[in-house]
Design a binder for this molecule. Sequence first.
Ligand SMILES: [Zn+2]
Length: 190
Amino acid sequence: MVTVADMDTEQTLEPTLERPLGGNVLPLCTWPDPVLGGECTTVEAVTEDIMALARDMATTMYASQGIGLAAPQIGHSIRMIVVDVSGPDKREQLITLVNPVIEQAQGCIDSEEGCLSLPQFRATVERAEIVRVRGQDLQGNEVCIEADGLLAVCLQHEIDHLQGTLLIDKVGRLKRGMYERKIAKRAKRP
Ligand SMILES: [Zn+2]
C-alpha cells in the first residue's frame, strides 16, 4: 500500500515559506469547479507564459504541502503537471512535464490518495505499479520517465487530472455521495 496525496487536505501556508523558484502561490480550484472536469488541451509551444505558469505551479504545490499538481488545479486547462515526491518537506526532485502521456503501465497496486482539489477526502484506488511516461520538459526536450512506487502513482494521479478525472470519479456512489453532502454543507456555512 502506497500512501500518497497530491495532496493533502489542509493547506498550510507558513509565513516562512521559501519560494526557491520565485513563483507565485496561486489559489487552488476545488471540486466541483468545472475546470477540474474537462479534458485539457495540448501545449503547442513552451512560451514565457508557460514557463512562468510552471514556476507558479511548483511554488503553489510546495506551499500547499503537495507532491504533485496539474494545471487545471490552478484554473488552466492545459496539459502540464509538476511532481516532487521528495516533498512535501524536501524540494529536491522537481519534475515538470508538458503534454505527458502514459505509454506503458504494468502491475496493479492499491494506493491511498488525497488531492489538493478535494479537501478532506481520501480514497484507496487501484493504480499501475510501474509506468513509462513520455512528455516534454520546459526546454522542449522529449523526456521519458520509467517510474515505480510513489512517483508512478503520483504521475498517474496528475495525468488523470488532465483528462478531467478526479479521485472522486474513481470511488463508489456511496462514498461520493457522502463527500458531495459534506461539500454542500460546507458551502452553506456563512
Ligand atoms: Zn489531485
